[in-house]
Ligand binder design. Structure first.
Ligand SMILES: O=C(O)C(=O)C[C@]1(C(=O)O)C=C[C@@H](O)C=C1
Length: 291
């Protein structure tokens, strides 16, 4: 296998980059400034593999990733990894007691720290950026009077000071990242144990009829297939039209899944398998160096 080319939501110092560093064993890493840009690069073949955030324990799904995977590109999830998320308040090294008037970060990071921001910086304007790494970069350029929410890597990479640590509102903050490819091939990953095998399917109901979702779920239930997540998202074709994304806690097989697919097809549902993949849980080191 040649050098693996991995695209990720950058720039330097994002949580996605931390996840990439934790999972992959070598390769070339290429940073993209947004989730769509990263997935487009996988679609065009610029990189074989892409890594994008999928779901956070406090804020829920990253809808941009789900919607882009479903509506804009044709790619498979070939692995997922979950890493701990520790949010810090980052400031320029010259920041002293000038009032912090604006705080920059990714919408998910800001949402993970709402109570903290409300309590300590109720006056600050919140400015959304495409990633926490981008927020740190902006604040490093702007200087004093502003702050970013991000991780220790973003602080290090951008020469920032960590003003306050662990500012996320709930402990046990984790984010799941999806590893996607257009043409599934073997990944070179570090020697992490696989915590489980999963399969993600997308189900579109034929129309809004009584008990439709119940019947969909029953197809999994009577086969004793455990579901770890179900989420509905708009089809974007009109109010009330939704599809369901279902995570099943087992790998795709040649008996149970084809059985479910046939049963759902008979109900008039459309079913698409978005991927069957190993799930890794990696405890990345998250040191805080006070500068
Ligand atoms: O901005 C980053 O650092 C990202 O990698 C994105 C992202 C996300 O979209 O959820 C990843 C992890 C954290 O939950 C906050 C932001």
């Amino acid at each position: 296998m040649g050098d693996q080319k991995i695209g990720y939501l950058g720039p330097k110092g994002t949580f996605t980059k931390m996840a990439v560093d934790a999972l992959f064993d070598g390769g070339s890493y290429i940073s993209y400034e947004s989730i769509p840009a990263c997935l487009d690069a996988v679609e065009s073949g610029e990189v074989e593999t892409g890594v994008v955030p999928l779901e956070n324990a406090i804020e829920g799904s990253v809808h941009l990733t789900i919607d882009y995977l479903v509506h804009q590109v044709n790619q498979s999830i070939i692995a997922e990894l979950t890493v701990p998320i520790k949010q810090h308040l980052l400031v320029h090294p010259e920041q002293k007691d000038q009032p912090i008037e604006r705080i920059y970060s990714h919408s998910h990071a800001i949402a993970q720290c709402h109570q903290y921001l409300h309590k300590h910086y109720p006056w600050a304007e919140l400015e959304y950026t495409a990633s926490t790494g981008k927020a740190a970069e902006i604040v490093a350029e702007k200087g004093v009077g502003v702050a970013a929410i991000g991780n220790h890597l973003a602080a290090e990479e951008n020469g920032m000071r960590i003003e306050d640590t662990d500012i996320h509102d709930y402990d046990n903050n984790h984010t799941r990242f999806a590893v996607v490819q257009k043409h599934p091939q073997t990944l070179k990953v570090k020697d992490h144990p696989v915590s489980k095998q999963k399969t993600t399917v997308m189900v579109t109901l034929p129309k809004d009829y009584v008990g439709a979702l119940h019947q969909v779920l029953a197809a999994f239930a009577w086969r004793k297939m455990n579901l770890s997540k179900i989420e509905s998202r708009p089809m974007k074709t009109g109010l009330g039209n939704y599809f369901f994304l279902i995570d099943v806690d087992q790998p795709y097989d040649q008996v149970l899944f084809p059985g479910v697919q046939a049963e759902l097809a008979a109900l008039g549902c459309e079913v698409k398998v978005l991927g069957t993949y190993p799930s890794y849980q990696i405890d990345v080191p998250t040191p805080v160096k006070r500068t």
